[in-house]
Each structure stands twice: as structure tokens, then as C-alpha cells.
Design a binder for this molecule. Structure first.
Ligand code: MG
Length: 334
């Protein structure tokens, strides 16, 4: 995105298929092109949070909205010569990092992966679980790694009829169990949370400060995974952060396999005071042979990302490389 004085970059975190939310790369492309760009092109604004207001009549499509709004925050930081994290009100100089490990082909492979990540310094391990890959697997992981901060993420693989099994997870001293029940639910989660010790972390259903408020009031979980794309961008993320912080609900930054631009925005957001748990923001090299930013995101031996104390994000998009790997392009101008 361009304005008179600066350029700003946004990244859309939608997937190829609607398996995390309803959005896909193609729906986001359409919505950005047909709905969002006409709302922002040639308009003046003094704070990018006004885009959150302009986009309010649009229902859903948070990831598309976040891509556009976050580019404006990025641009504002560059135009005003301030660090993006400072513009957001962040205070942390370094952020603790965890990793998320998917379902593996075998237990041995999972244990090996966990060891590699711990040896790299990561401060929290999260493993994906699903029916048939849960209690016994967590039990073996705990046996091998009794003291590591361990979380599990079910991505909605269970229902309340699994409550007896989910109660048994209390055996494992988990930091949290993420989104065990339906992706759009906060009601069954509140029933489940009343019956288990393990803190529930909500991910998929938290798409606005309004439903974060409802979930917190209903005690549907004790932790929120805050994803910039899922909530529609920095403005809404700040509101959710502030509401959760006031209500002593810790938040952390989830990952959507972002490339460098989205990753650098996640880092800036994670400097806010309420981000008190290690997030899923990890090193570029875990996902990309070559990231689209320079320098790539790195994690130190103790599992921290040091937040660049420079203007903008501190990670410059590699224009030539981005041009080289571009598969489609659209230019909007007045
Ligand atoms: Mg999740």
C-alpha cells in the first residue's frame, strides 16, 4: 500500500481452503479487490484504526480486512519514523517463543521433533492432538519431558461427549488445552472449563472484542490465542488485548504459517504487556528456506526473538525476491 510519504506492507493469513475459517486466499482476493480497496483508495486518515470503522459494515472476512488495515499500520510506522511496536503501545524488548508441532507419523518422530525444538531453545512446546492421538501420546511425551511447558491444540476435534477423556488430561499439568470443542463455540467450552483443571485456550471463535467479552464473561476459557488475521487486524487485536488484560486473561500470539511480513507484524503485536505466554511466532527457517524479509526472523539460544529497536518493523521486504515468486498481481491507483 502506498501514500505520499511511504509504503506499507500487509500479509493475508487465509489458507488455500476454508479449513481454519471460512476464508480462503481466493475469497480474500475478491473481497480486497471488490469491497475493501474501494473503501480506502484516495481517502485520508490520521490513524489506521479508522479502517476498522470503515470496514465495520462488512460481515466476516477478517483476514482480508487485516491484510489491508495492517498495511496501513505498517505504512504509518514508516511514514512517522517510529517502530511499529511503539505505535501499537508495546513494551517488551524481546518475546518468548514456542513452537507448534503437528500430528506426526509416529510417536518416535514426535519425541524426536520435540527434542530438536527444545535443543533449539524454544520455551513452550505445543502438540496437535485428535481422537486416537491424544491421551497415550501426551502421556509418553510427559514421561520423556516431565518439566517442559507443554500445551495441546485440538483444533475442534472433540465434543462434550468426550468430557471424560478430556478430564483425564488434567493428569499432565498442561499449560493449556487449545480449542477442544467446535470452532465457533463458546457455550460448550464454558461447560467443559467448569469441569476440568486444565486452562482452556480459545482460538477459532475469538473473531472480535465483542465475542472475546462474551467468552470471558461466560468463563469459556482462561487464555486467548490472539491471531491478527482472525480478528481483522491490529485495531481489533488491540481492543481484545486491552479487554483481556483488564480481566487478567493472558493472551499469546498464534501462528498462521505467516511469511516474513505477517511474522514481523506478529512480533510487533507480541510486545504488548498482555502477551505474557510464549507465542507460536518462531524463526523464519522453521518454515522457509528463504523468507521474503531481510533479515529473516531468528530466535536466540534461550528461545527469545529480540524486537528490532528501529523504525518500521525492522524487517525489510525483499522486493526483488517477492517479484520473482509472485503468481498474481493487481494494481489499484487513482
Ligand atoms: Mg489453534
Amino acid at each position: 500500500m502506498f501514500c505520499e510519504d511511504a509504503v506499507g506492507y500487509g500479509e493475508c493469513t487465509a489458507g488455500e481452503r476454508p479449513l481454519f475459517s471460512h476464508e480462503t486466499i481466493d475469497t480474500a482476493w475478491l473481497i480486497i479487490k471488490e469491497v475493501l480497496v474501494p473503501k480506502v483508495l484516495n481517502r485520508e486518515w490520521s490513524s489506521p484504526s479508522v479502517l476498522n470503522e470503515w470496514f465495520r459494515p462488512i460481515r466476516g472476512h477478517q483476514m482480508a480486512r487485516a491484510a489491508v488495515e495492517n498495511a496501513c499500520w505498517d505504512m504509518m510506522a514508516r511514514a512517522n519514523n517510529v517502530p511499529l511496536h511503539q505505535l501499537l503501545g508495546g513494551t517488551r524488548k524481546k518475546i518468548p517463543c514456542g513452537v507448534s508441532i503437528g500430528i506426526q507419523d509416529s510417536l518416535e518422530q514426535l519425541l524426536e521433533k520435540i527434542k530438536t525444538e527444545i535443543d533449539s531453545g524454544y520455551r513452550r512446546i505445543k502438540i496437535k492432538i485428535k481422537p486416537g492421538w491424544d491421551y497415550d501420546i501426551i502421556s509418553r511425551v510427559r514421561k520423556q519431558f516431565p518439566d517442559i511447558p507443554l500445551s495441546v491444540d485440538a483444533n475442534s476435534a472433540y465434543t462434550l461427549s468426550d468430557i471424560d477423556l478430556l478430564k483425564r488430561f488434567d493428569d499432565f499439568n498442561l499449560v493449556m488445552m487449545e480449542q477442544p470443542l467446535s470452532y465457533d463455540d463458546i457455550i460448550d467450552h464454558s461447560q467443559l472449563q467448569r469441569q476440568i483443571q486444565t486452562p482452556i485456550c480459545l482460538d477459532e471463535p475469538i473473531t472480535s472484542v465483542d465475542n472475546a467479552r462474551k467468552a470471558i464473561q461466560m468463563k469459556s476459557g482462561r487464555i486467548i490465542n490472539l491471531k491478527l488475521g482472525r480478528v481483522g487486524g491490529f485495531s481489533e487485536a488491540l481492543k481484545i488485548h486491552d479487554y483481556a488484560y483488564e480481566h487478567h486473561i493472558p493472551v499469546w500470539c498464534g501462528g498462521m504459517l505467516e511469511a516474513g511480513i505477517g511474522r514481523s507484524h506478529n512480533i510487533a503485536m507480541s510486545t504488548l504487556p498482555g502477551f505474557s505466554l510464549p507465542g507460536d511466532v518462531s524463526a523464519s527457517k522453521r518454515y522457509y528456506r528463504q523468507d521474503i524479509i531481510d533479515p529473516p526472523v531468528t530466535v536466540d539460544d534461550d528461545g527469545f526473538i529480540h524486537v528490532p529497536q528501529v523504525n518500521g518493523t525492522g524487517y525489510e521486504p525483499k522486493e526483488d525476491y517477492i517479484e520473482k515468486i509472485t503468481v498474481r498481481k493487481e494494481v489499484f491507483q487513482h
